[in-house]
Design a protein around this ligand. Structure first.
Ligand SMILES: [Zn+2]
Length: 84
């Protein structure tokens, strides 16, 4: 039996046979600048959640993400101790 080792990008899940190739790939993803706060944009008075969030990235590019879905938190089931 043979065992195969794979390396997986922690950001997108892409798999590689070679560690260095995976490392180089992972570093090709540009992340938000960790020292800059994202800017939240509310387009209307009734906007409960931000309509857009703007990030300054590590390479100083500004990227704006627009809201496409809102998912309410899952309802927790009451444990037997609660509510008695
Ligand atoms: Zn990746």
């Amino acid at each position: 039996m043979l065992e195969k080792k794979v390396y997986i990008c922690e950001l997108c899940g892409l798999e590689f046979d070679a560690r260095q190739e995976c490392y180089d790939h992972e570093n090709s993803h540009i992340k938000p600048d960790r020292y800059e706060r994202p800017v939240t944009i509310y387009n209307a008075g009734f906007s409960k959640y931000p309509d857009e969030i703007r990030f300054l990235m590590e390479d100083e590019t500004t990227v704006t993400y627009r809201q496409s879905a809102i998912e309410p938190p899952e309802q927790k089931e009451a444990s037997p101790e609660e509510g008695e």
